[in-house]
Design a protein around this ligand. Structure first.
Ligand code: FO1
Length: 321
């Protein structure tokens, strides 16, 4: 079975680990969000691609969900001693190596998709990981700073990591997305897929950004195979992260049903909500999306694998309908 998964960072990576357990023989292609990418310390940082690569390759810091295991921060401390930051972004020594290799290869003219493939040669994530685009796309967030009242547009990482989403996101813009092309292999994988899955990743800044690359949304809608998503909202709050902040920016309420409606029946065939949101099933189904309520907390690998199995079962149900 050929499965295409659109993935952000931690939620996407943990779901993928469950999917590999649930469907060990599947041929999985992951289309990774690159809207979180940023240039820091003179290096190109791709948080979501790295989170998927390290999680599936066994190098992730399990507690944090991002960055490397057994990490140290000598390099960052040395840079800070020269007054070089930013101090708010924690890039560790082991992680720096990945970024040096990536930036060197990009400077030598390799596209991000080829660089990602080269990095995955080491980590062997067991999936084909493709960035959504080789073109630069950066999610920016419009905010009003509480102290000065100044309205500013800042990079998503500054919003997420430095400000910890503590102020309202007034607008979220995937800068460059409208000019970006899908990376080589993206549209082909979608066209050849048997099923397409949206893990419980952020619907605005992760999956929404991937869908903002012209051609990807259309290819998924036209693929003619089941498209099934899992709600990242459980009991009206994000399972992790601060998805509610960016949902508000696009006028979507923070509920499992509203996120399904946001994707819409033109894109989504099936939607899983958590059992605590069982009352949302009717509303989602009346929007033309088949819906089931199942446990959606990825508390461990078994739980993630059960969620992946439920998603594949719903896909078969949709296919047979
Ligand atoms: N998240 C944090 O909350 N603080 C950090 O210092 C931080 C550093 C970091 C370094 C490399 C990397 O790949 C990810 C990192 N993240 C950090 C996670 C990341 O900023 C976000 O969680 C994702 O972009 C959202 O998917």
């Amino acid at each position: 079975m050929r499965i295409v998964v659109l993935a952000g960072g931690i939620g996407g990576a943990r779901f993928l680990r469950g999917l590999q357990r649930a469907s060990p023989d599947a041929d999985i292609t992951v289309i990774g969000n690159t809207g979180d990418d940023i240039h820091l310390f003179g290096l190109k940082v791709c948080p979501d691609l790295d989170t998927v690569m390290y999680t599936l390759g066994g190098g992730i810091n399990e507690e944090q969900g991002w960055g490397r295991t057994d990490e140290t921060f000598h390099l960052k401390e040395e840079l800070a001693a020269y007054g070089v930051g930013p101090e708010w972004f924690g890039l560790g020594d082991r992680d720096f190596a990945t970024h040096i290799v990536r930036t060197q290869m990009l400077s030598a003219g390799f596209p991000l998709s080829a660089v990602t493939e080269a990095l995955c040669d080491r980590w062997k994530p067991g999936v084909r990981l493709i960035p959504m685009s080789d073109d630069r796309v950066e999610t920016h967030v419009a905010v009003t700073l509480p102290d000065s009242g100044e309205r500013k547009v800042i990079h998503f990482q500054e919003y997420w990591v430095r400000l910890r989403a503590s102020v309202a996101a007034e607008a979220v813009v995937p800068v460059g997305a409208d000019q970006a092309k899908p990376a080589p292999g993206v549209l082909e994988a979608i066209a050849e897929a048997d099923v397409i899955l949206f893990p419980p990743s952020n619907p605005v800044v992760s999956i929404g950004t991937i869908l903002a690359v012209p051609g990807i949304r259309e290819a998924i809608a036209d693929a003619g195979v089941p498209v099934v998503g899992l709600s990242p909202i459980v009991g009206d709050a994000p399972v992790r992260g601060m998805a509610d902040k960016v949902l508000a920016a696009v006028g979507v309420e923070s509920t499992a049903a509203a996120v399904a409606e946001h994707y819409g029946s033109g894109l989504l065939d099936g939607w899983l909500v958590d059992t605590v949101d069982a009352s949302a099933v009717e509303r989602v189904e009346s929007a033309g999306i088949r819906c089931r309520a199942v446990p959606l907390l990825m508390s461990d690998l078994d739980a993630s694998a059960r969620m992946a199995r439920e998603a594949l079962t719903l896909a078969e149900e949709v296919r047979g309908a």
